[in-house]
Design a protein around this ligand. Structure first.
Ligand SMILES: Nc1nc2c(c(=O)[nH]1)N[C@H]1C(S)=C(S)[C@@H](COP(=O)(O)O)O[C@H]1N2
Ligand SMILES: [Mo]
Length: 412
């Protein structure tokens, strides 16, 4: 049995599975041309795992799966270093992971925000090799779904929200390597008049309640694009895996996950503001207290904390436990973390351990004397002075749940 928790092994195994999958697909495509496709498909109604919305294995001890999405189980982070290994990094797909051939792939950069005669759309193309030849940079950053923690609006605050009811596993930290978006834009001839970019994915068009919204794409202001955005082709020292955007994805540090477009196909550069469903009808705050068109498009993630424990973990009474956890914020580094084991009556400072810039790893010694049900709370404060509140401001789509989460454990 291959040890899929070892990243090198994982990559090798996946590469082999992927090639088998590709040749099977080509076979199907070729036979479809000869009118045999339906017969072949009909004779094998069972789809291989790699034909589901997510390519990588999703063992239940590492993930909770919701349709096309899978969240990391926080107990699977126990004992891990500062990075989330690919085998347990959450996946958020609007449709399904496309399998893209890097040899024929191109990135097209086009639009009125490039230099050229006024009004002329001058597409500039980059091959995968072109990008590999440009100066490379590395960056450690989290990617977090805007809806991470959404389930707690309901379970903790009694509110009705729509969307995937994630707990806290819709976040992961990776070491990304690639070329700065600024470098690519410079090569494409960025005009001083450019204001917005529209990066777009090559995955299938997204259909929501019968409406085809087209390919996943979300406007990105040019100042953020030039500041710290990466076109990543490696994740944790290996080629970007299919589920995380192969061959190239955006990594937009600190911002809502939707900004980090996977399977990048083209980037429109415009001399005027751009709109898509992903910065108008989604990824804004809606509900009481917000204008009908919603808040401004969401940018930074909020402060959050999670224990590296199973939900409803069982702990031994009369023994000192070392509880581990991580905290992170879209505003910058975490300054300190406080933990409460008595429902928030008393708080004690957790011990910060080394972490990456992207999140702080901490631990906390706790000796529960009496058997019973407890709730563990962790509350972080970031370098801008923002502390996690008791309540997250309600919004109908359940975004940005930053309140302190009450993690149930049983002491026996
Ligand atoms: N092309 C494309 N990019 C995408 C998405 C998608 O469905 N299609 N999902 C977005 C969302 S909502 C999130 S939270 C992150 C998830 O990244 P991951 O699956 O690598 O964890 O990718 C973003 N980029
Ligand atoms: Mo997301």
């Amino acid at each position: 049995m291959d040890d899929l928790t070892d990243e090198a092994t994982y990559q090798r195994v996946r590469a082999a599975q992927w090639h088998r999958h590709l040749s099977r697909r080509n076979l199907l495509r070729a036979s479809a041309g000869a009118g045999l496709g339906a017969a072949l498909l009909g004779s094998s109604p069972r789809r291989a795992a790699a034909d589901g919305p997510i390519v990588k294995p999703l063992p239940p001890e590492l993930f909770t799966v919701y349709g096309t999405n899978a969240e990391t189980r926080w107990e699977a982070m126990r004992g891990q270093g500062p990075l989330t290994p690919v085998d347990r990094f959450f996946v958020r797909n609007h449709t399904r992971t496309p399998l893209i051939d890097a040899r024929t792939w191109r990135l097209r950069v086009w639009g009125t925000g490039l230099r050229g005669s006024p009004g002329e759309e001058r597409p500039v193309e980059f091959t995968h090799d072109d990008l590999l030849r440009l100066p490379a940079e590395e960056l450690t950053a989290f990617i977090e779904c805007t809806g991470n923690g959404r389930g707690f609006y309901t379970t903790q605050q009694g509110q009705t929200v729509s969307g995937t009811p994630w707990r806290l596993g819709g976040v992961g930290v990776a070491r990304w390597r690639g070329v700065r978006l600024a470098t690519v834009l410079e090569h494409a001839g960025l005009s001083r008049r450019a204001v917005d970019l529209l990066p777009r994915g090559l995955d299938d068009e997204f259909v929501d309640k019968g409406a085809n919204l087209g390919r996943v794409r979300r406007p990105l202001p040019v100042d953020k694009a030039l500041k710290d955005v990466l076109l990543a082709y490696e994740m944790n020292g290996a080629p970007l895996p299919p589920d995380h955007g192969f061959p190239v994805r955006l990594v937009v540090p600190s911002w809502v996950g939707i900004a980090s477009i996977k399977w990048l196909g083209d980037i429109q550069v415009a001399d005027q503001p751009l709109f898509s469903p992903w910065n108008t009808q989604y990824y804004r705050l809606f509900g009481p207290g917000y204008p009908a068109e919603g808040s401004a498009p969401l940018t930074r993630q909020v402060v959050k904390s999670a224990f590296e424990l199973p939900w409803n973990a069982r702990l031994a009474a009369g023994r000192t436990q070392v509880l581990h956890g991580r905290s992170w914020s879209g505003n910058g580094r975490i300054r300190h973390v406080d933990v409460s084991a008595d429902g928030g009556a008393t708080w004690h400072r957790a011990r910060g351990r080394s972490g990456s810039r992207a999140w702080l790893q901490w631990d906390f010694r706790w000796r529960p004397e009496h058997p019973g049900a407890y709730e563990l709370l962790a509350r972080a404060t970031d370098e801008t002075g923002v502390t996690q509140p008791d309540q997250a401001p309600y919004n109908t789509l359940g975004y940005l749940f930053g309140a302190v989460v009450r993690h149930p454990v049983t002491v026996a």
